[in-house]
Design a protein around this ligand. Structure first.
Ligand SMILES: [Fe+2]
Ligand SMILES: [Fe+2]
Length: 278
């Protein structure tokens, strides 16, 4: 198992640290197993500014991982591929599909910006790695690929559709999680967790063969969750050996409060600029 130190810096988040730019978006800078991994890229504007302020050199990026194709995770692709043209990009083929979210009854595009699609198109074929299945990035770092939806109480977390007429629900099958094996259990990184956090953690534990979860970090997308979902989610989380939860991005205020109430000190509030060491 991985014994080398792991550092995960929140580059972009809905909550910003001092002197940093905030936006509705998410991006992590992961240093582990001798790799520099950019996990999601935010909407675009905040990424280069925050990276510079925090002294993160995006030119060192070895791998870009896209948790899914939503605009608030994929807007920074042109910048990172411009400064790190040799980086390999890992994503599911569905990241580029058109998709919409319904807001007050009207459709809003939620897909990857066209500049990001163009930047992916320009990549040499060997630099684009599809995650239709589980992929190992190194000895201790894995990507789930699509996550089976098994719980009865979790859904994608919003009114997401593949068409602007809102006829075809978007299953967000591209949603994936990244795990890092450590001597004290798994560190699990999620983007929006559209597959549901319980489905995600169950799948990661099965794939990795490791039961203890040292930390979960990322957006849990519980902002629209009703009481039934929240209660089931929190109850199931309590049955799992979880040391720390670092909820970010689209977790939602109510879910954050309830996580804190139920999980106590295991919940660590965070924001961009924070580096978590494991
Ligand atoms: Fe998101
Ligand atoms: Fe999303």
């Amino acid at each position: 198992m991985g014994a080398s130190p792991i550092a995960i810096t929140i580059l972009v988040d809905n909550q910003a640290g001092p002197g940093l730019t905030t936006e509705h978006g998410f991006s992590l800078w992961i240093e582990a197993d001798g790799r520099h991994i950019l996990f999601d890229t935010g909407q675009g504007p905040a990424l280069p500014v925050n990276a510079r302020t925090l002294g993160v050199d995006l030119r060192q990026t070895d791998m870009v991982v896209l948790s899914h194709g939503h605009y608030d995770h994929t807007g920074g692709i042109p910048h990172v591929l411009h400064v790190a043209p040799n980086a390999h990009v890992y994503c599911h083929p569905a990241v580029v599909q058109p998709r919409y979210s319904l807001r007050n009854g009207s459709p809003k595009p939620a897909h990857m910006p066209s500049e990001s699609m163009a930047a992916l198109d320009r990549l040499p074929e060997k630099h684009l790695r599809w995650t239709s299945e589980t992929v190992m990035l190194s000895e201790n770092i894995g990507l789930t690929g699509p996550i089976p939806r098994q719980t009865t109480f979790e859904d994608t977390g919003g009114a997401f559709f593949l068409d602007p007429e809102a006829r075809h629900a978007d299953p967000i099958e591209d949603d994936l999680a990244l795990w890092i094996k450590t001597d004290q259990g798994l560190v699990v990184c999620v983007g929006c967790c559209h597959a549901g956090i319980i489905n995600t953690l169950t799948h990661v534990r099965r794939l990795s063969g490791v039961a203890p979860i040292r930390a979960v970090i990322g957006g849990l997308h519980l902002l629209n969750a009703d009481s039934r979902r929240l209660n089931h989610t929190l109850a199931d989380m309590q049955t799992m050996p979880i040391e720390t939860v670092i909820p970010c991005h689209c977790t939602g205020d109510r879910a954050l409060d309830e996580l804190e109430a139920v999980m106590g000190a295991k919940t660590r509030r965070s924001r961009s600029g924070a580096t978590h060491h494991f």
